[in-house]
Design a protein around this ligand. Structure first.
Ligand code: A2P
Length: 275
């Protein structure tokens, strides 16, 4: 069963599950990419900061997949903000990946204390028009950061990638993104940490459908219209994490999973964090 896609506000589409590539180096990520593509993944999420774009590119080439079948995201962090630095940044990402375009380029963090995300976005707009990137978006932006971006620039971000899981549901951020036709992408969808997957509720719901707690969490995201990019280097779990499209959750189950956010979990604050 194939992975569902969501429409972006510029006419392209994004697969609802992608492979998160953070935390693995070049040598580790390359075989994981091959396994993931063979299992059916068509969306890969990396970043300049992860330092593994060469390995991601190698994995893509080794898999033998046709470029146009893949959706590849990368991100530029603070060293590429301001002064048109994103132009050289994208070229460097493409060189490392061995690709001639990426599907999606994100501002990795807003870094509001630097006050450069508006000028960086204007450079991103030029890059989108030049064709080396199909779509542009942001990551770790709060509604206040997006308010400014939408008021002061022309092209709307297609996605906002934020930390999101049943422990950290950020309903105000998700509603804001939706109201502005910005797709929410969840990083660390199974976390933070490993405690979430031990929640008895997830096992109880999973038992009804023959699914694991991780599959219940990822299906919850699919039902909410969110894109998830779980990480795994384990072939069984990679396969499990896209085997979500043969069951649905009830409204009551979705609400119960959302209620696992007790507000107690430490969450990234992108006014003060990032790089
Ligand atoms: P592993 O690589 O050993 O599979 P996140 O991307 O939400 O931060 O989660 C990443 C962590 O979750 C990784 O440590 C990964 O470990 C683990 N993980 C990924 N998929 C599953 C799964 N289906 N079941 C249990 N753990 C998983």
């Amino acid at each position: 069963m194939s992975i569902s896609t969501l429409p972006l506000n510029n006419g392209y589409t994004i697969p609802q599950i992608g492979l998160g590539a953070a935390s693995l180096n070049d040598d580790q990520i390359a075989p994981v990419i091959v396994t993931a593509i063979e299992a059916g993944y068509r969306h890969i999420d990396t970043a300049f900061r992860y330092g593994n774009q060469r390995g991601v590119g190698k994995g893509i080439r080794d898999s033998g997949i046709r470029r146009e079948e893949l959706f590849v995201t990368t991100k530029l962090d603070g060293e590429f903000q301001g002064n048109e630095r994103a132009v050289a940044g994208l070229d460097e990402c493409l060189r490392q990946l061995g690709l001639d375009y990426v599907d999606l380029l994100l501002i990795h963090w807003p870094l509001p204390q630097r006050d450069q995300y508006i000028s960086t976005w204007k450079t991103f707009e030029k890059l989108a028009k030049a064709g080396k990137v199909r779509s542009i978006g942001v990551s770790n932006f709060k509604p206040a950061h997006l308010d400014r971006l939408l008021a002061e620039t022309t092209i709307r971000p297609v996605v906002n990638q934020i930390q999101l899981s049943p422990r950290i549901t950020r309903p105000d951020h998700v509603a804001y993104n939706r109201a502005h036709e910005i797709v929410t992408v969840a990083w660390s969808p199974l976390g933070p940490g490993s405690d979430l997957l031990k929640e008895p509720l997830l096992a109880t719901i999973g038992a009804m459908y023959g699914k694991t707690p991780a599959q219940v969490v990822l299906r919850w995201m699919v039902e909410l219209g969110i894109v998830a990019i779980p990480r795994s280097s384990n072939p069984q779990r990679l396969a499990q994490n896209i085997d979500l499209f043969d069951f649905t959750l009830t409204t009551a189950e979705i609400a119960a999973i959302s209620a696992l956010d007790t507000g107690a979990e430490k969450r990234v604050d992108s006014d003060t964090m990032g790089h």
